[in-house]
Design a protein. Structure first.
Length: 251
């Protein structure tokens, strides 16, 4: 079932979500963390870095798997998710880079790369907590609205709305990759715990649909309603529609 935690604003959201991940690392120092990119988790990562710098968090035994990577970008490209993770978290904490894993955007053979990344996920013995953002169309990872839920790692053609939303990070919209490798929804659902973060009024309608609407692959995040331990941490702006139409969902 979904547990929804209301945060006052983005700073409060970042603290509350970081506390959930920090507790996981403290209780199980060799945790497997599933990580996400995008603008929503940046504040959370800053909080985790603060915890490390204060001596409260030790990432030396932690292993990580990321949700996705753009197809065609090298790790040193400043728009790749490998670069994002390094800049926003990895280089600021005592994690062993050998214990960090992302899909390989430079692998041209999609079938080969998807099989490789599924094997990596399998070798982890289970993700302890998977961090997620949510797209305006309800995508989690890069699993776009579709006729069916994806199972394993897959190569996706990004929807026009996703390309447009991500174009703010690139010089022009033409520079945004049109495909990405992403962990499948089946793999996300196998995680022991899921933590979804959302902020801003732009996410209000999709948060309502994901948390209170029908479970449908047209809104990929809606499947989280079936997860045994899923937590949504969202600020008041992102919860605006849910609080109006489905206040009983707030617990």
């Amino acid at each position: 079932m979904l547990k929804i935690i209301k945060a006052k604003d983005y700073a409060d959201l970042s603290r509350k979500a970081a506390n959930i991940i920090a507790a996981q690392v403290i209780l199980k120092p060799d945790s497997v963390l599933g990580l996400a990119t995008g603008s929503s988790p940046i504040g959370l990562y800053k909080e985790l870095i603060k915890g490390y710098e204060a001596g409260d968090l030790d990432f030396s035994k932690v292993r990580t798997v990321n949700l996705d990577e753009y197809r065609g970008l090298t790790p040193d490209n400043d728009q790749s998710y490998a670069y994002f993770m390094n800049e926003n978290l990895f280089k600021h904490i005592n994690i062993d880079k050998a214990n960090t894993n992302l899909p390989d955007g430079t692998e041209p053979d999609a079938e080969k790369e998807c099989a490789r990344y599924d094997a990596v996920l399998e070798s982890m013995g289970g993700i302890d907590i998977q961090l997620l953002g949510i797209g305006l169309n309800g995508h989690i990872g890069f699993n776009e609205p579709a006729a069916a839920f994806t199972k394993g790692t897959n190569c996706v053609d990004l929807k026009a709305s996703t390309i447009e939303a991500n174009s703010r990070f690139f010089a022009t919209i033409d520079d945004v990759p049109k495909q990405a490798y992403t962990m499948g929804i089946g793999s996300i659902m196998k995680s022991k715990k899921v933590l979804l973060v959302a902020n801003g009024e732009g996410k209000a309608e999709i948060i309502y649909k994901a948390c209170c609407g029908p479970i449908t692959p047209e809104v990929p995040a809606s499947i989280l309603q079936l997860h045994p331990d899923a937590v949504v941490v969202a600020d008041e702006a992102a919860l605006k529609v849910l609080m109006e139409k489905c206040p009983e969902a707030l617990n």
